[in-house]
Design a protein around this ligand. Structure first.
Ligand code: ZN
Length: 180
C-alpha cells in the first residue's frame, strides 16, 4: 500500500478554465475526491491539497505540501482548454528531475493512460513531457488532463456523473497499478 497526494487543479480565486458554465476548479475537485475514495478503499493512504479560500492559487504551496507529506506518488488533476474541436485526455511528466524519478513518473503516467484508454471513451493523446513547475519533484509525479472543457461534447461527458466516476476510477486504478 502506498501514500498518495492528489492535487486538484486551481483554487482560491483562480477558477482555471471556464467553459459552458463549468469551472475547471470545481470539476478537478469533484474528480479528485472520487479518486481519493477509490484509492482509500483499496487501502492506500491518500490526501489532497486544499487551496486556501480568497487568495491567488500558489503552486509553491502545492509543492511544499507534497514535500511535507512525501508521498510515493503525486498526481495533479486538471481539465484542458483549447480550440472547440480539441478533445481527449493526456498525462504530463516533467523531464527535468533525475533519471530515476523521470522513469518512474513515466511508468505512473502510462499506467493511468492505459486504464483511461480502456475505461473511458475519450481519445488517448498520450504522454507529454513538459517542465511544469508543480511537477518539479523528487518522486513519481504526473499531471492528468482529463479532457477538454472547451469541447462541448467532451465537456458533457467529463462533467457527467457517470463520466466523472469512470475517469476517477481509471486514475485510481492506474495509480494502484503503479504502486502494486
Ligand atoms: Zn488546469
Amino acid at each position: 500500500m502506498g501514500r498518495v497526494v492528489l492535487d486538484p487543479g486551481h483554487g482560491g480565486i483562480d477558477p482555471g478554465a471556464v467553459a459552458g458554465g463549468v469551472k475547471e476548479v470545481d470539476l478537478c475537485l469533484s474528480i479528485t475526491v472520487k479518486v481519493e475514495t477509490v484509492l482509500m478503499n483499496m487501502g492506500h493512504s491518500v490526501t489532497h491539497y486544499v487551496a486556501p479560500v480568497g487568495v491567488p492559487d500558489s503552486l509553491a504551496a502545492r509543492l511544499a505540501y507534497a514535500n511535507k507529506v512525501k508521498p510515493d506518488a503525486f498526481v495533479s488533476i486538471h481539465a484542458n482548454a483549447g480550440p472547440p474541436t480539441g478533445n481527449g485526455f493526456e498525462v504530463i511528466v516533467n523531464p527535468s528531475p533525475t533519471d530515476l524519478y523521470v522513469a518512474k513518473s513515466r511508468r505512473l503516467a502510462d499506467r493511468i493512460l492505459a486504464v483511461l484508454d480502456n475505461r473511458t471513451p475519450g481519445k488517448n493523446r498520450g504522454r507529454k513531457e513538459m517542465g511544469l513547475y508543480v511537477l518539479n519533484q523528487k518522486r513519481p509525479c504526473c499531471l492528468v488532463e482529463v479532457g477538454f472543457l472547451t469541447n462541448k461534447k467532451e465537456r458533457g461527458y467529463i462533467t457527467s456523473k457517470e463520466g466523472k466516476l469512470a475517469i476517477a476510477e481509471a486514475i485510481a486504478w492506474g495509480i494502484n497499478g503503479f504502486l502494486s
